[in-house]
Each structure stands twice: as C-alpha cells, then as structure tokens.
Design a protein around this ligand. Structure first.
Ligand code: RP5
Length: 179
C-alpha cells in the first residue's frame, strides 16, 4: 500500500459507512514507514480511511484545503504524522474542528524528540492529541480513532473489543518468557 492510496468499506449504512471517516496525513512519503502502522490498524478494524501526503512546509495550500474540507467530507478524525519541525498536526488543528491526533515521526537528527515537542506543546486554545514517537504512536492513534467512532459505529466497537481480547489472550497464553 502506498501513502497515496485510500480505502473504504462498501456498505453505506450509518453503522457501516462507505466514505472515509478518518484521514491519515503525513508530511512526507518518508513518513509512510511509520504511518503505515496507523493504516494497518484502521484496515484491520474496518474503519474507512484515506491516506495522503500533505506537507505544512512544501504544500501549505494543500494543507489548508484538506483542513477546510475535512468536516464536510465526513472525516471524524485526522491522524497527522510529521517529523522534525512538525507543524502539520498543529496547522491542521488550527484550520479545522475535526479532532487531530498527532504522531511524532522519529527523526534522524534528534530521534523524534523534536517531532514530539513540536506536536505536543500546543498553546492553549488549539488542541492536538499527541501520541508516542514512531510506530507505537501511529498504531495507538488508529486505535484511539476507532474508540472515538465506536459509540456511533457498533461494528467498529466490536472489532476494537475483539482486537483487545485477542491481545489479552496472547499475553495470557504466552506468560512464561523463557518459552
Ligand atoms: C517533515 O520532514 C516530514 O514529516 C518528515 O518527517 C521530515 C523529513 O521529510 P523528507 O526530507 O524525508 O521529505 O516535513
């Protein structure tokens, strides 16, 4: 799957939507290695989503247009990953009331501390929900988005519950680390 691809389920009822509910955006194609973990989780949980490269620095007009149309296109959350001077999540949040979930991508120079602090230290008034640096943050942002959608979309809630139960069972079935 490339970062330009998108996916959506096929049925159109409120409990099984067809158009994307979650947007995954990232500042560069190089962020896909991290952000694919968000896409994989949404895919596994049956959450319709789209994936785009949107750069705060290189394509600011695209960023504004994406944010401006997010709510009217039906997006309920935006997972935004960026590295370094990571303005993307904060700028999106400044332009749309759709909840923005920020994923700090692990940078080469500073191991993602720059990304983390850029995303998490929003001034009061424009929130960005910030997740862990790297793959864990991308996966957890997707799980969080699924949890946000669960009250309205029971199928997503059921998939999330099943995922969590499997995760628990896996730990319980393998609780001796020597084996
Ligand atoms: C940020 O700059 C991107 O989010 C990426 O993490 C970082 C490096 O981008 P590339 O130079 O790899 O395109 O805007």
């Amino acid at each position: 799957m490339s970062p330009a691809s998108s996916s959506a389920s096929s049925s159109g009822s409120p409990s099984s939507p067809s158009s994307p509910l979650v947007g995954i955006v990232m500042g560069s194609r190089s962020d896909w290695e991290t952000m694919q973990h968000a896409a994989a989780k949404l895919e596994a949980l049956g959450v319709p989503h789209e994936v785009r490269v949107v750069s705060a620095h290189r394509t600011p007009d695209v960023l504004f247009e994406y944010a401006d149309t997010a709510a009217s296109r039906g997006l309920r959350a935006i997972i935004a990953g960026a590295g370094g001077a990571a303005h993307l999540p904060g700028m999106l949040a400044a332009k749309t009331a759709v909840p923005v979930l920020g994923v700090p991508v692990q940078s080469k120079a500073l191991n993602g501390m720059d990304s983390l602090l850029s995303i998490v230290q929003m001034p009061a008034g424009i929130p960005v929900a910030t997740f862990a640096i790297g793959n864990a943050g991308a996966a957890n942002a997707a799980l969080f988005a699924a949890a946000l959608l669960s009250p309205e979309y029971p199928a997503i809630g059921a998939a999330l519950s099943a995922f969590r139960a499997r995760q628990t069972d896996d730990v319980l079935a393998n609780d001796d680390p020597r084996q």
